[in-house]
Ligand binder design. Structure first.
Ligand SMILES: [Zn+2]
Ligand SMILES: [Zn+2]
Length: 140
């Protein structure tokens, strides 16, 4: 997907069988234009300008995750962050995230660095839900 316009977001919502409310369109548009996953607080701060309250933002984020339009990740700081499920062109492909241990900056790592989503751990096969890379960002 390369079209991140509000009109494209509206189509996405309709295809998922959801009502294309202005708040949902704004949420998806904002996340589609972000190069990193955003927390509820970050989305709420932005949508507040449009008169959308925090509770509505929270509900919409969860509904959009439920409809597989968003993916959420917990990157070790107990904060859920949200991103568009097909942000990286492949529908719903999970990818690792980088977190800076100094400033907490988060970014997406290209999924090509993650080939296997199932691998063996001792004698058990595990299903990977989240891969986290921690280090220092360019600013730190
Ligand atoms: Zn940093
Ligand atoms: Zn990501």
């Amino acid at each position: 997907m390369n079209d991140f316009s509000p009109a494209a977001m509206k189509t996405l919502l309709k295809q998922a069988g959801m009502r294309a409310t202005p708040a949902r369109i704004a949420t998806l548009t904002m996340l589609s234009q972000s190069s990193k996953p955003l927390s509820h607080a970050e989305v709420a701060a932005e949508l507040e300008n449009l008169g959308v309250d925090k509770a509505t933002v929270y509900r919409n984020l969860n509904d959009l995750v439920g409809a597989n339009l968003l993916r959420r990740a917990e990157l070790g700081d107990h904060i859920w962050r949200f991103e568009l499920a097909d942000h990286h062109d492949e529908a719903c492909s999970p990818h690792p995230h980088f977190v800076c241990i100094d400033c907490g900056a988060v970014s997406c790592i290209d999924e090509k660095y993650l080939q296997a989503t199932d691998f063996k751990l001792a004698d058990k096969t595990v299903t990977v839900k989240e891969i986290l890379v921690r280090g220092h960002c360019n600013n730190c």
